[in-house]
Each structure stands twice: as C-alpha cells, then as structure tokens.
Design a protein around this ligand. Structure first.
Ligand code: PEP
Length: 247
C-alpha cells in the first residue's frame, strides 16, 4: 500500500479571528483531493475556533506541545489537553523554535515522545542551515536530529517527518526537486537502518520551505516526497491548489 499524501499548513503566529475564519470557510467549501490527508496548524489561541468550524476530514495541529502531562509549566500545553480538545496533531521541532527559542534535539525528542505517548500525530521537523549545507553536512545534521528522537521513541507510526531546509523557509528560495529528493531518500535509508524497514516504507516524509502552487506539482512527483508542510502559502487561497497538486 502506498503512503497517503499529506499536506500540512503552518500558520505560524499569523491570523486573527476574522482571517482564520475566512481560511476555514475557504477550505470547507473547496474541492479537495480525497486521497490527501490535510492538517492545519493555527496559533494555539485559535485551535478551538478551528475545531468548531472546520469540516470533518481536515485535522488540526498545535504548533508546539510540552513534554509533561500537566503541572507548573506556565505558558505550555500538554498532549493530553490537546487530545481532549479534539486536536489530533502537533508540530514539533520547527526550525523557528529550534533557532529562536533554542530548543535542542534532546528536548524535541522528549516532546515527540510525550506527544506520541499521548496519542497525537506528530509532524516532526528537521533541516539544515545554509552554512551546514555549504559545509556538506546536510545529511549528518538531519539524521542527528532524527536519531535524538529514535533514541527515545520506538513507535514511528504516528510520526510524519517534515524535511525543512532552514534556508528555504519563508525565503521564497525553494529547494530544487533534486535537492529535496536526495535528502528525503537519505532519510528513508536512515529509517531503514536505524528504525525498521516497515518504518522506512510507511513513514511519510514531507517537504517544507517556500512551497507554493507554482512548485508543488513538480516536487510532488518525486518518489520520496510524500507531501508538504506549507507556511506562508497556507494562509492564501492557493493552499487548495497545493493540497490538490497530485491530482
Ligand atoms: C514552515 O513554516 O514550515 C514553512 C515551510 O514556511 P514557508 O512555506 O513560508 O517557507
């Protein structure tokens, strides 16, 4: 059985009640490829608004989760709280959190374990900086980020890996289809060696970094690109074209 194409929309810290309601209404009336799994990640303040208004069949992700179930952790939200509220996914390890908020591989791994154990799907982000790419360290960096997770998490069935080269995020500078496919294939090979053949075969590896309706169809043709994590373009009507880029 093939891997189901997966498209996530990361709204980041963008939107208002009005604009997020409009995005949801747009998605609710759009004709979306039924074979694609679609998940949107609004800011946490709007998760319940989204859950209330979004049509069935589109899931919702938090943009972050904490690694403890409850307690004195001001400002944080747990997997259990998300699950109870009908939020079935979370992003973890986005480069904006790794870089700006200095989340390290070990913390990303703890959060992934907490989310998986709490029954959430995880969009686990990884990716290299421009400096690391130019130093020829892309695969080394990405697999080290994934290894930290593999050390703590054995069940990868609820994880979607988002390969997001940092130099391509929000820059308009998309990776070439060859650059993306090369890293995705290396990640799949790594899964085979370090996790299991089953995980390598079944885990969706999606690409993120300046995906638009103009480049998505070409990227979607690559053997190891199983979907997209879309930032800026997920706030626009063209998100629907990206979702439908396989059809
Ligand atoms: C992202 O935030 O995950 C992302 C890929 O952003 P953008 O599509 O805007 O580059």
């Amino acid at each position: 059985m093939g891997r189901q194409f997966f498209v996530g929309g990361n709204f980041k810290m963008n939107g208002s009640i009005k604009s997020i309601t409009e995005i949801i209404e747009n998605l609710n009336k759009a004709k979306l490829d039924e074979n694609v799994e679609v998940v949107i990640a609004p800011p946490s303040l709007y998760l319940l608004l989204a859950r209330e208004h979004l049509r069935k069949g589109i899931e919702i992700a938090a943009q972050n989760v904490f690694d403890k179930p409850n307690g004195a952790f001001t400002g944080e939200i747990s997997a259990q709280q998300l699950k109870e509220s009908g939020i079935t996914w979370t992003l973890i390890g986005h480069s904006e959190r790794r870089v700006i908020l200095q989340e390290d591989d070990s913390f990303v791994a703890s959060k992934t374990k907490a989310a998986v154990d709490g029954g959430l799907g995880v969009i686990l982000c990884c990716g290299e900086s421009l400096e690391q790419r130019e130093a020829g360290k892309t695969i080394e960096v990405v697999t080290a980020q994934l290894k930290a997770v593999a050390d703590k998490v054995k069940d990868w069935s609820k994880i979607v890996i988002a390969y997001e080269p940092i130099w391509a995020i929000g820059t308009g500078k998309v990776a070439t289809t060859e650059q993306a496919q090369e890293v995705h294939a290396a990640i799949r090979e790594w899964l085979k060696k370090e996790v299991s053949s089953d995980a390598a075969e079944k885990t969706r590896i999606i690409y993120g970094g300046s995906v638009s309706e103009k480049n998505s169809a070409e990227l979607a043709k690559q053997a190891d690109i199983d979907g997209f994590l879309v930032g800026g373009a997920s706030l626009k009507p063209a998100f629907v074209d990206i979702i439908n880029s396989k059809s």
